[in-house]
Design a protein around this ligand. Sequence first.
Ligand code: Z16
Length: 831
Amino acid sequence: PHAKRATSSATILSGADVRTGLDSAVLQQAVLDHLYYSLGRLPAVATPANYYRALALAIRDRLQQRWIRTSETYFERGRKLACYLSAEFLLGPHLGNNLLNLGLEQAAREALTALGQDLDAILDCEPEPGLGNGGLGRLAACYLDSLATLQYPAIGYGIRYEFGIFAQEIRDGWQTERTDKWLSGGNPWEIAKPDIAYEVKWGGHTERYIDDDGAERRRWVPYRVVRGIAYDTPIQGYGVDTCNTLRLWSAEAAESFDFQAFNTGDYFQAVDAKLRSETITKVLYPNDEPAIGKRLRLAQQYFFVTCSLQDMLRILDLAGGAIEQFAEHFAVQLNDTHPSIGVAELMRLLIDERGLDWDAAWTITVATFGYTNHTLLPEALETWPLPLFREVLPRHLEIIYEINRRFLDEVRACFPDDSARVARMSLIGEAGEKQVRMAHLACVGSHAINGVAALHSELLKASVLSDFHALWPERFSNKTNGVTPRRFLALANPGLRALLDETLGASWPVDLGRLRELESHIDDPAFRERWRAVKHANKQRLADYVQAHTGIVLDPDWLFDIQVKRIHEYKRQHLNLLHIVTLYQRLKTYPAFSFPPRAFLFGGKAAPGYFTAKRIIKLINAVAETINADPEVNGRLKVAFVPNFSVKNAQLIYPAADLSEQISTAGKEASGTGNMKFMLNGALTIGTLDGANVEMRDEVGAENFFLFGRTADEVARLQGEGYRPADYLAGDDELKAVMELIGSGHFSGGDSEVFRPLVENLTQSDPFLVLADYAAYVACQEGVSAAWADQEQWTRMSIINCARGGKFSSDRAIAEYAREIWGLQSVPIQV
Ligand code: Z16
C-alpha cells in the first residue's frame, strides 16, 4: 500500500529531487542539505537534536506534494468537508508516525546509519505536542489519523497552545509541575499561514440599527479585537496519498502596536495590549473531568471556534458556494461542549454578518453540527456564570436567549403543563447564580448527539440528557470510541508488528478485523512461544526505561500489572493500591504466603489543583518505596510510578503489559481508550462493567476477561439507598487492617497525618465505592494469579485479546461517524 520508492540509482542520478526522493541515498542527501541550509550546521558538529530537525524537515518536504494535492483536490471537487472542532489534540511525536505512514522507516534508518546516527535515538529527540489532557484529546488525534487513512475530506481545528500539558516530575513522592515548552526548539511540522487570519471580537455591548433596506438589526460593538493566525500541520494517512490538515489558531494583537498609544508616548500600555491578546493561546487548562469556569477558558473556546467558522465561510466563498448551502459543504463535530459556543457563533455569523433571517440560519446551524458527549459526571458538565458570559460575549447571550425562547416554546408544545421540565431543559440554569448550560446549547443546536460507548450512550439517554432524549429520540446514537492501530500497535510494538505481518500479511493495520485470523494459530506451541518472546522483549524495553527514570529494577519474567491514565477518584487508582497493600500485608503476616511475583506500574497526571488525586500519587510512591525496600517481600512484589505519562512513553508501556487495570466505578468512565490499546497489544484486562470494557468483554468472551465489581445499576441503587463504607470495613478484617496500616504512617516514615485525608475520604464517604468493590477485586486478582501460573493458557488468552480487538480500531469508529452523522464520501487523492 505504500508509495513507490525510487530504487534505481538512475533515478537518483537523474536528480530524484532532494525534496521528494524516497530512496535512502536521496534521504541521506536531504538530511545533509537541511543540516546545512536550514540549520546552518556541518555534520561534524551536529547534535542528535539537529539530526532530528533535519530529518523532520526532509520528511515534511516529502509530505508537501501530497498535502498540497489533497487540499487542491478537495477544493476542486467541492465535496463535503468534516470539521472536527476540539480544544485538545494530544498528538504525540510526529516523526516516527509519518515515517510509518509513508512507508519510509527503513529508508530513514539506512540514511541515518550511513550518517553514523541511530534512528531510535533521533526519534527520541522529538518533544511531543501535548496539546491535550488525556482521553478526549488523544481520541481527536486518533480520529485525524483514521480520517486521512480512510481518505475522508476532513480538517481538525483547535488551539495552538504555547504550553501544552505540564511536564510531571516526582519530588519526594509528590507530583510537581513544570511548564511544557514544546516549541522552544522550533516546530518543524507546522507551517504558519499569516495570510489566513481572522478578527476575534470581545466584550463591549450590542446596539440596534436600521440597515440599508430599512430593516431593524442588531450589531456588536466590541471592546477589543484580537487576531487568530492559522498554523497548519500535515496529517498523513497510512499507505495512501491523502494528507489532511490540522489547523491550530494562535492569538496575536490586532496590530502589533497600538500606534495611537505609542505616539502619545504610552509605550507600556501599547505593549501590554499586545501581551494580553497573546495570553489567549498561552496555556492548556490542565483539568480533565471537572470543568472550571474561568474567563480565559471561555475566551479560548470562543477564539478557536470563531476562527474556524470564519475559515469555513472563507473556503465556501472561495469555492463560489452559496451561503444557504453551508450545511451541504461542512459537517462540524463538537468534541464535547468545549466548542459548543459554535452554535451561537454560527447563528451570529449567518444573521449579523451574512444577512440571513433567523429561521434560515437555524436550519443551517442544526444541520451542520453534531455533538459528542464524553462524560456523565455532573460536575464536569460545562456551565458559565451569566455575568461573565455577558461581559465576554454580549451578542451571543442575546442569541442564546432567543434560541432558548423558541426552544422552550417547542418543549411546552410537546409537554403541556410541565414547568419543571421547562426549567430542567432551559439553556439558562436558574438554581443559585444564573448559568449558561453549554451541554444544552450543544443538544439544541445539533442534529446528532452521541455518547462514546454503548453503555455510556444508554446512560446518557437515561440520565443527564434524558429530557432531550424524550424530545428528540432520533438525534441520539452511539459511536463507540476507537484507537489508531498504526501508532498504538504497528509503531509502538515493532516486535508484534513483524509477527503479525508474517502471519497475516501486510494489510492488517487498515483492516483490523483480520487480527481474528490469529486464532487459527493459538494451538501452535511455536507460535505461542514467539508471542511470549515479543512480550518479554517489550517488558525488558520498559524495564530499562523505568530503571533509567526511577532507579527501580524490574524483572521481565514477572507479571506486569499496569494502570496508566489520568489520576482521578472515579478511576480508582486507590483500589489498585488497596490490593497491593493487601498482598504486602499477607506476606508480612505469613512469610510463606505464595503467589506469582508481580510488578505493579502506575502512571498518570493529576490536575494541579486536585487535592485527593495528588495525595493518591504520593501514596503510590510511598507504598512503592516501602515495599521495594523491604527484604521480606523482595522477589515477589515491586511497585513503580512512571513519571510524566505521555503519548511518548505510553508507546513503551502498552506493549509491555500482561494485565491492564480498568477498574473505574461502573457508570463513571464514559468509554476509556487506554483499555483498547492494552488489549490490542495482548494484555488481559481486569475491569468493571464500565465504558467500553463491556464491549471488549463481549468481543473476547467472559472466559478471557477478569470481571469484578458492582454494575452501574447496582452502584446507583447502593448510592440511592445511602451507601455506608463503614459497613464494609466492619465486615472485613483484612480491609480494616489495610486501612489502618495506611493510616498508621507505616508507608510515610511514621507520619500518620499525610494519608489521613485519603483514609477518611474512603472510610467516611467513599464517593466511588472503593470499599464496596474491594473484596470482589481482591478475589478477582487471585483468579489472575491462578491464570498466570499456566503460561500456555495465559498466552492463548493474550492472543485472543489481540485477535478480537479489531472492533476498537478508530477506522471503524470514523466510518460510522462519516456514514451516520456527517454524510461524508471518501475522496481518493492521486499525486
Ligand atoms: C476527557 O478526556 C474525557 C471526558 C471529559 O469529559 C473530559 C476529558 Cl478531558 C474522556 C473520558 O473520561 C473517557 O472515558 C473517554 O474515553 C475519553 O474522554 C474519550 O471519549
